[in-house]
Design a protein around this ligand. Structure first.
Ligand code: PLP
Length: 359
């Protein structure tokens, strides 16, 4: 039996033809030299238009947009530019492990705020207590991996108020901004009043256009913050891959129907895997966005999430990620595994058939 990987967040779907065609043309035309460290002008102009139209953030493409090596490259340069050894970083748990690990590399001291299912709301008092005079940054990920939480405007206002009170900068990872369910709407923290000069907004092409291996993302921030990020982008990468920058500019010509189809397609994949889990007696927590599903493994009768992941692999040939790896207190995730359902329909259908067969 061949294994099916529902573990890693790779997005196993075809990328849009328009982007492939434009990239191939750029390669054939030998648009192969380094670009400016902040990226090609045409792409930054398109990103700025999109930020105004979709995120409610108006920015100057000349001084406020940096094309990065994936949003991960954007997160790394933001942390390196802003965080010194011993500075405190506020993060919400469950978290995306790259955020925590990159911050560890920078020597940050982590202050976690626990989000609790099913809505994953934070406790305002706990958030307030996590901030203090040493707080340098807060990390927000909306829609979130692994919980699928989509932050409401009110929740973001709470974060914004504390950033302003303590002089902290928000780094907000919005890579799943178009993958939303049940009428949830994406709100960008950087669009809130008073956050213009203290937010680094990160997004990219990996998830929206199914091209995780192309390594293209972007960071949007005030001119002052962007200048600091730009130095790091130059130092670490020189620039993002130039011919592919020309290619992904075509993404911004895709019609609104593309984004509606994306949502619809993920919603139907979500329904498929939710019902497979239910048939196997695994209760799930419905995500509000992103393409992950957390499933409660209690019914398998195994003592831990790691044993459950091993069991799913051995019995069903399906990879999952043990829930404890996402939590500040591993005990919070010990009854969960995470499935990624960004798979081709036929592979997801087979994985679901195998999960059902566990019953
Ligand atoms: N941010 C989050 C929350 C993710 O889940 C992932 C991938 O799984 C990434 C960033 C990676 O994005 P990129 O490919 O743009 O580096």
């Amino acid at each position: 039996m061949g294994g099916i990987n529902l573990g890693q967040g790779i997005c196993d779907q075809p990328a849009p033809e328009e982007i492939k065609t434009a990239s191939i043309a750029a390669i054939r035309a030998d648009r192969s030299t380094y670009s400016k460290f902040e990226g090609i002008d045409e792409l930054r102009a398109r990103i700025a238009e999109k930020m105004a139209a979709y995120n409610g953030i108006s920015c100057d493409p000349a001084t406020q947009v940096i094309v990065t090596v994936g949003s991960t490259g954007g997160f790394a340069i933001a942390c390196l530019a802003l965080v010194d050894e011993g500075d405190e970083a506020v993060l919400f748990s469950p978290f995306y492990s790259y955020h925590v690990n990159i911050l560890k590399l920078c020597g940050a001291r982590m202050r976690f705020v626990t989000m609790r299912p099913p809505d994953w709301q934070y406790d305002p008092a706990e958030l307030e207590a996590a901030f203090g005079p040493r707080t340098r940054i807060v990390v927000v990920n909306t829609p979130s991996n692994p919980s699928g939480k989509v932050y409401t405007r009110e929740e973001l206002e709470g974060v914004a108020r504390l950033c302003q009170k303590w002089g902290a900068v928000a780094i907000t990872d919005e890579i799943y901004e178009y993958i939303l369910y049940d009428g949830h709407r994406h709100v960008s923290l950087g669009s809130l009043p008073g956050m213009e000069d203290r937010t680094v907004t990160l997004s990219g092409f990996s998830k929206t256009y199914s091209m995780t291996g192309w390594r293209l993302g972007y960071a949007v921030a005030s001119p002052e913050l962007s200048a600091r990020l730009g130095v790091l982008n130059d130092l670490l990468y020189i620039c993002a891959p130039t011919p592919l920058q020309h290619g992904v500019a075509a993404a911004f010509g895709l019609p609104p129907a593309y984004y509606e189809d994306l949502k619809r397609s993920y919603a139907s994949k979500l329904d498929l895997i939710t019902s497979a889990c239910a048939s196997a007696g695994l209760e799930t927590i419905r995500p509000q966005g992103s393409y992950y599903l957390l499933a409660d493994i209690s019914r398998l009768g195994l003592e831990s999430d790691k044993k459950a992941s091993a069991y799913l692999l051995e019995r069903a040939g399906v990879t999952s990620v043990p829930g404890s790896s996402f939590h500040a207190d591993p005990a919070d995730g010990r009854r969960q595994v995470r499935f990624c359902f960004a798979k081709k329909d036929e592979d997801l259908a087979e994985a679901c058939r195998r999960i059902r067969a566990l019953a």
